[in-house]
Ligand binder design. Structure first.
Ligand code: NAD
Length: 473
């Protein structure tokens, strides 16, 4: 699904959405322009010898804002990457961090590459060379600019980046904080891989805690039993599908991949599907759902919740009018184009916007960065202490009542929180608080009638305050 030619570019689309929020706020034009402008962007081109031949690769890193440091944002490896997209994604990171109260500026990077065409050793050489370029040019360091995984990159690329930085800066005690999303044994944090999908789940859970909002999306009741279609079955799509179906009783009625979709109105078992893909590397022969060749058409199928978790501009002027979902949760960045956004709104479809919905990744990246610069795993100091206190309370209860506590309750009372518990708790709290702030922003002004505008207003207020506080403007 490509965007309709009459639509603005991704970057212009983000700016138009931000402009809408700025006009509602009546923000001073100078302040607004300062917030919107991209602080710096570099394009690098570098040669790498692959299979005896020299190939030249092109990459970008944009730093949208530095009002908080470091600037933060993923690195994407994709054959369609370009500077416009990188700048749009960097801007989204600025707004996203402010929405979820993560004290970072916004940044993003991309390398123009199809990773499926290269061997592991080749990817390592290319990644290390790209990192070298970014480090040398001041676009990668623990204090100023910290990448994370995005489309086409994951833990292994982050480990290579961290190691390259360490080779160049052996005297930087915080070298491991130069990138997040690393493997746990390499300075990563428990729960980072699942974080964005987990955050999407927490965002939807919080939405369903507000009956008025559920009603606004023409639904009622709880999350349990709601039907859901997910586009994209990578890191974000898989985890969102898994948690929503296994923990919230949501029925995943379709999964859309690049080359087709799987549909089952009774619900798809996500772990069975994952295993099938792992074994067969395709979805056509998955026995528990019907394969539909035209995957994009499945976006238009009836469902309660539609979660685009693949690419930008998937819901655009061409198909927006045919979308039948009641709630769209933007797990991907920019999956709904500016034009489509207005059409969906007219149809009464509620959109939980990307800048909030997929902020779980950067939130847990923030936890990882804090863990790295504090050089200690979360929970290390208090876990046994908590267990001891739990045991004391249990014993006291038994002494006072004369009843013994069941082994199930004893176990939960005497279990101290480990790192994963703390990460999930911190993420849940972050997603709940941010949603409540967005909601309050929407309810406080009659001119704000959608969650996206409310998110941007909430975010821009915080950014403007931080600019004005330090007297830059
Ligand atoms: P990924 O590379 O792990 O997965 C992307 C998936 O989308 C792949 O399975 C790919 O096959 C599929 N896909 C590509 N084109 C498609 C199409 N036309 N229809 C259906 N599926 C298609 O990437 P990811 O990390 O899951 O990221 C997905 C989206 O979420 C991106 O927009 C990314 O920017 C955003 N995001 C990711 C994170 C993160 O922590 N990984 C954080 C915030 C936002």
């Amino acid at each position: 699904m490509t965007k309709a030619s009459s639509e603005p570019s991704f970057r212009d689309g983000v700016n138009l959405m931000v402009d809408r929020a700025i006009s509602v706020m009546g923000l001073d034009t100078g302040v607004a322009n300062a917030i919107k402008s991209c602080n710096a962007v570099i394009q690098v081109q570098f040669p790498v010898k692959i299979r005896g031949k020299i190939e030249v690769f092109t990459g970008w890193r944009a730093t949208h804002s530095t009002h908080r440091l470091p600037s933060k944002g993923g690195i994407r490896y994709a054959p369609y990457a370009d500077q416009d997209e990188v700048e749009a994604l960097a801007a989204l990171m600025t707004y996203k961090c402010a929405i979820v109260n993560v004290p970072f500026g916004g940044s993003k990077g991309a390398l123009l590459i199809d990773p499926s065409q290269y061997e592991r050793e080749e990817m390592e050489m290319i990644t290390r060379r790209f990192s070298l370029e970014l480090i040398r040019k001041g676009f990668l360091s623990p204090a100023t600019n910290v990448p994370a995984p995005d489309v086409g990159t994951g833990q292994r690329e982050m480990a290579w980046i961290a190691d390259t930085y360490k080779q160049l800066h052996p005297d930087d005690i915080n070298y491991v904080a130069c990138v997040t999303g690393k493997p746990v044994h390499h300075g990563g944090i428990q729960g980072r891989v699942e974080a964005t999908g987990r955050g999407v789940q927490y965002a939807i859970q919080e939405f369903f805690r507000h009956p008025d909002d559920v009603k606004m999306a023409s639904m009622s009741g709880s999350l349990e039993g709601k039907t859901c279609i997910i586009q994209g079955f990578g890191n974000v799509g898989y985890h969102a599908a898994k948690f929503l179906s296994e923990e919230d009783g949501v029925k995943i009625t379709a999964i859309i991949k690049s080359h087709g979709a799987l549909v089952n109105d009774e619900g798809i078992n996500i772990e069975e599907l994952r295993q099938h893909i792992e074994e067969h590397h395709e979805i056509e022969t998955f026995p528990c759902a019907q394969f539909v060749e035209n995957g994009a058409s499945v976006l238009e199928k009836e469902c309660d919740i539609l979660i685009p978790a693949a690419l930008e501009n998937q819901i655009n002027l061409e198909n927006a009018d045919r979308i039948k979902a009641k709630l769209i949760v933007e797990a991907a960045n920019g999956p709904v184009s500016f034009g489509a956004d207005a059409i969906l709104k007219n149809k009464g479809i509620v959109v939980i916007p990307d800048a909030y919905a997929n902020a779980g990744g950067v939130t847990v990246s923030y936890f990882e960065w804090i863990r790295n610069i504090s050089h200690m795993r979360f929970g290390r100091m208090q876990r046994r202490h908590e267990e001891m206190r739990g045991l004391q309370v249990t014993r006291m209860f038994e002494e006072v009542t004369g009843n013994s506590v069941s082994s199930h309750i004893r176990e939960s009372m005497t279990r101290g929180a480990d790192e994963l518990d703390l990460v999930r708790s911190g993420l849940d709290d972050t997603m709940r608080t941010a949603y409540q702030e967005i909601r309050e922003t929407m309810l406080s002004d009659d001119n704000i009638t959608d969650l996206r505008t409310a998110s941007y207003v909430s975010s821009i207020k915080k950014i403007a305050r931080s600019y004005l506080d330090v007297g830059i403007l």
